[in-house]
Design a protein around this ligand. Structure first.
Ligand code: CU
Length: 226
């Protein structure tokens, strides 16, 4: 008889024990689904960002020994961290609160201030990154796999006389070309910019403030004005 209350006592404990377990499982599942969602982001695909360009040109052939000769900046990037190319759409920072110059130091513009544990640091390497030929009227194309939308885009260009292939750039080397309004959720955004009177190599720096949260993308595109 004395076993019955004991068993009942144990039985009553199943509820309180299993409920936290269920909560834990649900929490893990939601973390997993968040992680899946968070892996889909975006980048500027034209004029190609540094890491998108290296993925586009070499993603199917990244062990090709010719890369060191024909595309040395991509070669050093692949050697430093292949994940920067496989995750070409993940160069972002969360929680910048709009203070981009505070969180992205001079010389680290192209890695978003060594974001993501340094995964993209090789994007800051100074050298002759492959360029995209552009004219004065450029349509910047950004692919947003996750359809985050945009609160705004900021587009900068390196000032005349600044050569991004010979030194790491700082904020003072950039001039703001445009600040856009909002863009609704889509996978493809076009940002028209006009940059007249330029020739030769330059860097276009695009900042994408996504709309789903305070998530900001810092994107270097090497161009050649023709
Ligand atoms: Cu994202």
């Amino acid at each position: 008889m004395s076993h019955s209350p004991h068993r009942a006592g144990r039985a009553r404990r199943i509820g309180p024990v299993s409920r936290p377990l269920a909560v834990l499982v649900l929490a893990l599942l939601s973390v997993l689904s968040l992680a899946t969602t968070a892996s889909a982001h975006g980048s500027v695909i034209d004029p190609a960002s540094r890491n998108y360009g290296c993925w586009q040109r070499w993603g199917s052939d990244h062990l090709n020994p010719n890369m060191a000769q024909t595309d040395p900046m991509c070669a050093q990037a692949w050697q430093a961290e292949p994940q920067a190319m496989w995750n070409w759409n993940g160069l972002y920072r969360n929680g910048s609160a709009g203070n981009f110059q505070a969180v992205v130091p001079n010389g680290q513009l192209c890695s978003g201030g060594h974001t993501e544990g340094g995964r993209y640091n090789a994007m800051d390497t100074v050298g002759a990154w492959k360029t995209t030929n552009v004219g004065a009227n450029i349509t910047i194309k950004l692919y947003d796999q996750a359809s985050h939308g945009a609160d705004y885009f900021l587009v900068y260009v390196s000032k005349p006389g600044v050569d991004p292939s010979t030194r790491a750039l700082g904020w003072n080397d950039l001039q703001l070309v445009t600040r856009t309004g909002r863009y609704g959720q889509s996978q493809n955004y076009s940002i028209p910019v006009n940059i007249p009177g330029r020739s030769g190599r330059a860097l276009i720096y695009t900042i994408w403030q996504a709309s789903h949260m305070d998530q900001t993308y810092f994107i270097c595109s090497d161009v050649n004005f023709v």
